[in-house]
Design a protein around this ligand. Sequence first.
Ligand code: HEC
Ligand code: HEC
Length: 441
Amino acid sequence: MNLKKLLFGSVIFFLFVASKTITTTDYLNLPATPYEYSVSLPNYYANNVNPIDNTPATNPITNHGATLGRVLFYDKNLSINRTVSCASCHKQSEGFSDSRTLSIGFAGGTTDRHGMTVLNARYYQRGRFFWDERAATLEDQVLQPLQNTVEMGLTAAQISERVSEQPYYNQLFINAFGDNSITNDRISKALAQFVRSIVSYQSKYDIGRAAVNNPNQPFANFTAQENQGKQLFFTPIPQGGGGCAGCHGTEAFVSARPENNGIDLTSTTDLGVGGVAPIRPNLIGHFKNSSIRNIELTAPYMHDGRFTTLEQVVEHYNSGIQAHPNLSGILKDANGNPIRLNFSTAQKNALVAFMRTLTDNSVATEARWSNPFCQTNLSFTGTINSGGFQSSNAILVQDGSSTQVQSGSTVNLVSGKAIILNPSFEAKTGSVFKAQISTCQ
Ligand code: HEC
Ligand code: HEC
């Protein structure tokens, strides 16, 4: 959705006072029957992906649990000044990652590292999270950004308080957990369920893969270049390939453990896994990589977002690997030096073309993972109070191109919220009109 902030002073807009009773649907665009969050994955997931699922027996995905998690994930009330949600840094359109090199928290501060995708988080077998694996489980991880002083800035106690304040959570907790007790433990479980539900299995790769017995066979739906890239990706370095699948493996394209891939000669500012207490010198410079499915959507790349294109990433592996003391053995030659792939331009382009076959637009667009605070064609009754400005925390901003305002009908709004109209629209107090509105929290 293309939203644009309009400036005060440049528009005429109105404050409406609603007179109706607020219901959950006034805030949330949720289906009457919840979406399906535990879909059955393709057969070829059975061998090497299902066994590495980190879902604990104590927190299986349910449709109501993931629905609650979805609302929490998109709710800006969960940051101290109500400006940032999980989705501010894990954007659906950007493969649940962040196109900014470093993400920006509630007060404008930047995160220490590049925002990771949460796609396929479920398939990291070690079950640890963050680039340095400092979170022991996903259930532990999801409460950390809420309390991070740069990211969302709540205290532990404020988490459940903020959730309890919002009228729409009562029913969502009853649906998910059987009663309306709102605890951090349940918030963590629901968020983790939603995150684990975000998996990719509908890319061009998947269409090709479904038609063959093993991924090494050429895919009929691939171009020759994509098939060449696939072969380079899967073939080990000593056999003339790029050895990529050695660290970005299985059909989920995930790593089995943190590694050092030689992007730096030494580790100075960010020690990675080895820097998490207790300091482990042999793991300094090791980083977790989540999944490279949807990699085309998740630029920039690496824990510090240093590479902006996949071409740069491939060139790194081709010619740029540095002799970090903890460089992975896979990336060393027989003498212990960093390998040089010496690929031709055609080979490098083929690798990039292959990685693009992992793009799954369903992940970037499907409603079950989208912002439930976005609604279209809202219909509330209200009264125009006056022209002027409003400062509630939920200013709804609409891109002028998709806002249509027609005279002749009634306008509407949720109490305490206001709509800033298209700057080209002007009306006086007392006007009646109809707004075709698409709004997000
Ligand atoms: C201000 C930006 C920001 C916000 C808000 C934010 N994150 Fe993140 N997220 C990041 C960054 C940056 C990282 C990587 C940090 C690191 O590794 O040190 C990350 C990492 C993660 C990971 C780890 C993925 C992996 O494979 O290890 C998960 C899961 C995650 N975030 C989920 C969430 C959830 C759930 C929320 C909301 C409760 C949230 N994030 C809010 C920026 C953000
Ligand atoms: C020895 C293990 C290893 C091998 C082999 C390897 N990688 Fe990586 N890869 C990693 C690690 C670890 C990271 C994250 C490093 C960091 O951020 O510091 C990474 C990051 C990436 C990223 C960026 C991911 C992101 O989310 O930002 C891409 C793309 C990538 N690798 C592609 C490849 C390709 C293509 C090959 C083969 C030419 C390859 N890798 C070979 C370990 C490896």
